[in-house]
Design a protein around this ligand. Structure first.
Ligand code: HEM
Length: 441
């Protein structure tokens, strides 16, 4: 068999980086149309990204040997934000050990214990929404999902500590531009944006360290249901608990990976629903009736048609033959969530929003992959889906949202997430009183 590198644009790497920076969606779709199922893009510093859009190839990657497909190395630049112990940036044995300590806190039973707290947070948030005037939902969803993580994952209840964390955490997670993630020479770390980043991280880490210390000393530790308390209680197979510095890095990771992603997914769900009056009405009724199957189908379809993350990465540690292509060690494989989920090969009318596709059906993991796949699949996938369903239900039980004839909001790239360009503008028509709610259900 003749072996060749995958095709891709014959442009200098800097120009390809510019095109992906300006309009990643258009660039990747154009390459897919022009070069087919496997294509390569080159970006300075990061190297060669090989996009995969064939479910067979993607399965080979997600089910492959984690020693060959390094997700942690592919995400290495993030270590400056999340810390070097973060689950996101480690591989192989270290990843397996940390993930097994963290998993129990994100199993279905543990997540279900958080629903009551989620409902309380949603009620507080919705009570602040204006009636009769349009507003951007995205920043409100960001506030809501941050609060959910602070109270259910880190388990903070004290008013003053919550206020301090609310102020310190978002600036730490803000990545001004992708340039900030390019590891600079050490000498530059004391200057400019790198110095500011280090200061923001230090302030947040101090607060999180304090939470870890308080949690270890908490006489109610055994009764606590938050993820931090479960992590503090858990010991690995070698009988070792997670050290404090590693715990703090994992808390930063959970905040970074779980806050803006879920806020974006929820903003899209409402953006899609308000542009489909019949589906909005059906979902409001499902919320009143507690019809979880329909609410779940809405969440799944929204994550399909508007995936929050467009691809996930695995750095090859050895050369690989992929069909007729030779891929050298060091390239980053990028299974494309967006291209697969928008392909008419796997979905009829792929651009249409049709929650009924997923009604009472488990999605095929080879073609529904908003949370990635394999041993690196999103640790918080169950948490995120329960949170999304709970937010949809509790919002639509409390307010009547107006449908809109406004055009679909375009997708805007914001670091690794794809957000609604106008911030998911919605209008609350009226609040639903407890009486009306009781009559409706
Ligand atoms: C709708 C919301 C979310 C989306 C779309 C999402 C998506 C993803 C994706 C695509 C990955 C990479 C998977 C891979 O490489 O195969 C990932 C990893 C991860 N996510 Fe999520 N995520 C969401 C919410 C959350 C939440 C709520 C949490 C935790 C509170 C979380 C924690 C993580 C962690 C820790 C990882 C790294 C897993 C590992 O490397 O073992 N995510 N997520």
């Amino acid at each position: 068999m003749v072996s060749a590198p995958p095709p891709g644009p014959p442009l200098p790497a800097a120009i390809q980086a510019g095109l992906i920076w300006l309009d990643p969606i258009r660039f990747v779709h154009t390459c897919h149309r022009r070069y087919g199922d496997v294509f390569a893009i080159r970006i300075p510093v990061i190297g060669t990204l090989v996009f995969l859009t064939n479910p067979e190839h993607i399965r080979m990657v997600t089910r492959g040997d984690p020693a060959i497909f390094h997700a942690g190395e592919a995400a290495a630049p993030l270590a400056q934000v999340v810390g070097r112990h973060s689950l996101l940036v480690i591989d192989e044995d270290k990843h397996r050990r940390s993930r097994s300590l963290m998993l129990p806190a994100f199993h279905g039973d543990s997540v279900r214990r958080q629903i009551a707290e989620m409902i309380a947070i949603i009620a507080e948030e919705v009570a602040r929404w204006p009636v009769g005037e349009p507003f951007q939902l995205y920043p409100r969803m960001q506030r809501l999902t941050l609060e959910v993580i602070l109270r259910t994952v880190i388990g903070v209840q004290d008013r003053h500590r919550l206020a301090a964390l609310r102020a310190a955490l978002p600036p730490m997670m803000e990545i001004g531009s992708p340039v900030e993630l390019i590891p600079p020479p050490r000498v530059l770390l004391r200057f400019g944006m790198w110095r500011r980043r280090a200061q923001r991280r230090a302030a947040a880490v101090e607060l999180l360290n304090d939470e870890v210390r308080r949690c270890r000393a908490d006489p109610r530790l055994e009764q606590r249901t938050d993820a931090l308390a479960m992590l503090v209680r858990s010991v690995g197979s070698a009988g070792q608990p997670m050290p404090d510095d590693e715990l703090v890095d994992q808390l930063v990771t959970l905040l970074l990976a779980g806050h803006d992603t879920t806020a974006t997914a929820l903003s899209w769900a409402f953006e899609r629903l308000t542009r489909h009056p019949d589906l909005l009405a059906r979902t409001a009724q499902a919320a009143a009736d507690g019809d979880e199957a329909w609410l779940d189908a809405v969440c799944k379809e929204s994550l399909r048609v508007r995936p929050v993350v467009f691809e996930f990465g695995r750095k090859l540690t050895t050369d690989l033959q992929l069909g007729r292509y030779h891929l050298p060690a060091g390239v980053i494989l990028a299974p494309s969530i967006n291209l697969v989920q928008h392909s008419s090969r796997y979905y009829a009318e792929p651009d249409a929003f049709q929650p009924q596709r997923f009604l009472d059906q488990r999605p095929d993991p080879a073609v529904w992959l908003p949370f990635g796949g394999g041993v690196r699949r999103c640790l918080g996938a169950t948490f995120a889906q329960v949170e999304m369903r709970t937010v949809l239900q509790e919002v639509l039980r409390r307010v009547e949202l107006a449908a809109t004839m406004a055009p679909d909001e375009p997708v805007r790239a914001r670091h690794v997430t794809m957000v609604p360009r106008q911030g998911a503008v919605v209008t609350v028509r009226r609040r639903i009183t407890a009486d009306r709610l009781a009559r409706a259900s």
